[in-house]
Write a protein that binds this ligand. Structure first.
Ligand code: NAD
Length: 316
């Protein structure tokens, strides 16, 4: 098995490390910055005898080393700076994603793809459009991370292990995400019975601002340990055909009353990519928020299409 990780920055390099050390697959790391992917690949290769694994890694500014990869994880592009929204990144990360999608499609036409770069719902759309891959094989990582943040904060509020918190976050990656409260459980018990509404509200709010909180602390860069861990959980589900039920940014074809857009929903992940989109009953309020989230994503995708068309017209 081979995984191509595009972008050898914080998220990309940490993702590569986890894939190797988890013995999931060999890795080809790509970065536009001369020497960065090659240097990090060499460094990671030299950790192998100490850590004790036999997976191989290469790194380059080119994609050929990733030929025939079963999975591509795209983490290339700028992260947010304090005060920026994820959507502010479209102008820079949109064209980067379009170029990467075409390059990945050339060398690994059968790959399943996990997009990580922000703004997530838009970059995932761009990758699918530019690669021409079936939507089932292209998805975005956000829900596993957003859910992990929710689980962490619930665990902290209750003084219990976040591992025992089971929850699902739907919607776009950003302020419009929709944590499903009614179905959330702690050790099998309903969350709502353990944490009163007035203590739950700040937990939900902190989850929605989870990325921004880290950006404001780091000042230069955004979260990467948890995003890499979340990406690798999805990678494992795909490479090992685990059929895991996880939230992912997936292409909707009528589910939740929405179609023709990428949005965070529960899916079953396996070797073919998104094997099923799972529809669960949501409350009227949650549905309203999911629709608002979808509207926000559609608006940003339309913004990207306008930018792309304007650039094409300029070039003609
Ligand atoms: P980073 O700056 O550390 O790394 C990004 C890397 O991309 C850099 O090394 C850069 O040289 C490379 N790059 C830029 N253009 C490229 C191109 N055309 N081809 C190949 N490589 C290119 O940033 P990071 O912290 O690793 O974050 C990467 C992206 O992931 C950002 O857009 C960030 O917002 C996003 N992110 C998303 C989530 C999520 O939940 N989906 C979580 C964390 C970060």
């Amino acid at each position: 098995m081979k995984v191509m990780v595009v972008g050898a920055g914080h998220v990309g390099a940490t993702t590569a490390q986890r894939i190797l050390e988890g013995e999931l697959a060999d890795v080809h790391l790509v970065d536009i910055k001369e020497g960065l992917a090659a240097g990090k690949a060499l460094d990671l290769a030299q950790a192998a005898p100490v850590v004790g694994h036999s997976r191989r890694i290469t790194g380059s500014t080119t994609y050929e080393g990733g030929a025939g990869a079963e999975l591509a994880i795209v983490t290339a592009g700028l992260p947010r700076k304090p005060g920026m929204s994820r959507d502010d990144l479209i102008g820079v990360n949109g064209p980067i994603m379009a170029a990467i999608a075409r390059a990945v499609a050339k060398v690994a036409p059968e790959a399943v793809v996990i997009v990580v770069s922000n703004p997530l719902d838009v970059t995932t759309t761009i990758f699918q459009e530019e690669s021409g891959f079936p939507p089932q094989r292209v998805m975005g990582m956000a829900g596993v991370l957003d859910t992990a943040r929710f689980r962490t904060f619930v665990g902290q509020a209750l003084g219990c292990s976040p591992e025992d918190v089971s929850a699902m976050v739907l919607g776009g990656h950003g302020d419009s995400m929709v944590p499903l409260i009614a179905s959330a459980t702690v050790g099998g018990l309903p969350l709502r019975e353990l944490l009163p509404a007035e203590r739950l509200a700040p937990v939900v709010e902190r989850t929605q601002n989870g990325g921004a909180e880290i950006v404001s602390l780091l000042k230069d860069g955004s979260a990467f340990y948890a995003p890499a861990a979340a990406s690798v959980q999805m990678a494992s589900a795909i490479l090992r055909d685990e059929q895991r039920v996880l939230p992912a940014c997936a292409w909707l074809t009528g589910q939740y009353g929405l179609s023709d857009l990428y949005l965070g929903v529960p899916v079953r992940l396996g070797r073919a990519g998104v094997e099923e989109i799972i529809e669960v009953a949501v409350s009227a309020e949650e549905l309203k928020r999911l629709q608002a989230s979808a509207a926000a994503v559609r608006e940003q995708v339309a913004r990207w299409h306008d930018m792309r068309d304007a650039t094409l017209t300029e070039r003609q």
